[in-house]
Design a protein around this ligand. Structure first.
Ligand SMILES: Cc1ncc(COP(=O)(O)O)c(C=O)c1O
Length: 445
């Protein structure tokens, strides 16, 4: 698999892929959404080879997980070494160096100079659950404010905060009580109905939350935490206007509410800084992350101000959370991110943005391109005037890109998202942009 670019040699899906698809169809949960029939066999860097020997350029990264690329040799070495030494011990009941060392590292690299404490789980959802539990336990309040379009996971607590797609909640109620969803500040779809190209007003924080919600349905004294993605992921790769997180910080401080940033998707260097919230200069009380932290090993981390984690032994734990092999992968991943890949994400993100910034002028189905670093969204619309979402066009682009060897996924109602491993180079960026350019142009003819 020496190639840096795609190489498709069979019809898709190929014969071996078809066998796995049949098996999968018979036995695997039908709840999984697969946009196209990729059956992966191995991966290296930004390339994934399928079971028929076709090679694809991966601009999906296992949903923003393989931050250092597939099977980075340094990460693989760290995993192998740890697997030969100690695979499991359970940090809940015993000590081992890697757990404390990763906790220290996370406390040091997350925003805020105050003392911190770190809890470990196995996924983004678990990290969110821990944050919710800390917030309730510490504040003795029960309510949460979350945002429409948000995705925080599928366990019951996290699902109660999630408001990304109705199908994710349908049939599972009643969910956790006390969660109120507010419109996310989306400059392209101004919640107050303004048609300015850029939303700069503070309508969500001052108007919707403070003036309306707090005075009517949600007494602020009952709110434990506001939970927000600094850049919304599954909801459409939405970058909020500059004052949004600041406004939430102001409300949190004023009413004794905790501010929780979910950096599961936008964190770990993806946006060209270690944390997306650094683009806005706002510090949360609790930060949760997962996905890209261990280059593919399951790990969720909740970092809180030390004074907030005032719960005692037994209040919260996880058998596998912070498993030694996952910790080793995380420490090596963070080393690589800090050494070169965050800078590469910033550089290549800027390069890709430079190439696609004028697409709303070039392509009439492109409503907006947006993002930071290598977290880039291209929103497709039926009309640039009405901004009506165009999911059919988006789905066609994703399917056509796959046929040409480019793996991408959608998000929101009609956005194509680009979330490649943070090690891609210009040649790979150019290939992806050219394929997308062609696929979008085809739609218009
Ligand atoms: C912002 C955000 N939070 C939480 C989650 C849940 O993570 P997991 O699937 O690891 O539970 C996701 C997953 O997409 C996410 O994007």
């Amino acid at each position: 698999m020496e190639t840096k670019l795609p190489r498709i040699t069979t019809p898709l899906p190929g014969p071996e892929a078809q066998k796995i698809l049949a098996l999968d169809k018979q036995f695997v949960s039908p709840s999984y959404t697969r946009d196209y029939p990729l059956v992966a066999k191995r991966g290296q860097g930004a390339i994934v080879e399928d079971v028929d020997g076709n090679c694809f350029l991966d601009f999906a990264s296992g949903i923003a997980v393989v931050s250092t690329g597939h099977c980075h040799p340094d990460v693989v070495r760290a995993i192998q070494k740890q697997a030969e030494t100690l695979i499991h011990m359970s940090g809940t009941d015993f000590y081992y160096p890697l757990l404390a060392q990763l906790a220290e590292k996370m406390a040091r690299i997350t925003p805020g100079t105050f003392p911190k404490r770190v809890a470990f789980g196995n996924s983004g959802a678990e990290a969110v659950e821990a944050a919710m539990k800390i917030a309730r336990y510490h504040t003795k309040r029960h309510r949460f404010i979350a945002f429409l379009g948000a995705f925080h996971g599928r366990t019951f607590g996290a699902l109660s905060l999630t408001a990304s797609k109705a199908v994710q909640r349908r049939g599972f109620g009643p969910l956790l009580s006390g969660v109120t969803h507010v419109t996310y500040a989306n400059p392209y779809r101004c919640p107050a109905g303004h048609r300015a190209p850029e939303c700069v007003c503070d309508c969500v924080c001052s108007e919707m939350i403070e003036r309306q919600l707090f005075k009517t349905a949600v007494p602020p004294e009952d709110v434990a935490a506001i939970v927000v993605e600094p850049i919304q992921g599954e909801g459409g790769y939405v970058v909020p206007p500059p004052g949004f997180l600041d406004g939430l910080r102001r409300l949190a401080d004023k009413y004794g509410i905790l501010l929780i940033f979910d950096e599961v998707q936008c964190g770990m260097g993806r946006t060209g800084k270690m944390w997306a919230c650094e683009h806005f200069g706002v510090v949360p009380d609790i930060l949760v992350t997962a996905k890209g932290i261990a280059s593919g090993l399951p790990l969720g981390v909740t970092v809180a101000r030390a004074d907030l984690m005032n719960w005692g032994p037994g209040a919260h734990a996880s058998t596998f959370g912070g498993n030694p092999v996952a910790c080793a992968a995380a420490l090596e991943t963070i080393r690589l991110l800090e050494e070169k890949y965050i800078a590469n994400a910033a550089r290549l993100g800027e390069y890709i943005m430079g190439r696609i910034a004028d697409w709303p002028h070039k392509h009439r189905v492109v409503g907006q391109v947006r993002g930071r670093g290598l977290m880039i969204g291209i929103e497709l619309v039926k009309s640039q005037e009405t901004r009506e979402p165009n999911p059919e066009a988006r789905n066609k682009v994703i399917a056509r890109a796959f046929e040409q060897g480019l793996l991408i996924l959608g998000c929101g109602e009609s956005t194509v998202r680009l979330m490649p491993p943070l090690l891609i180079d210009r040649e790979q960026a150019d290939f992806a942009v050219d394929v997308l350019d062609r696929c979008i142009a085809e739609l218009e003819h």
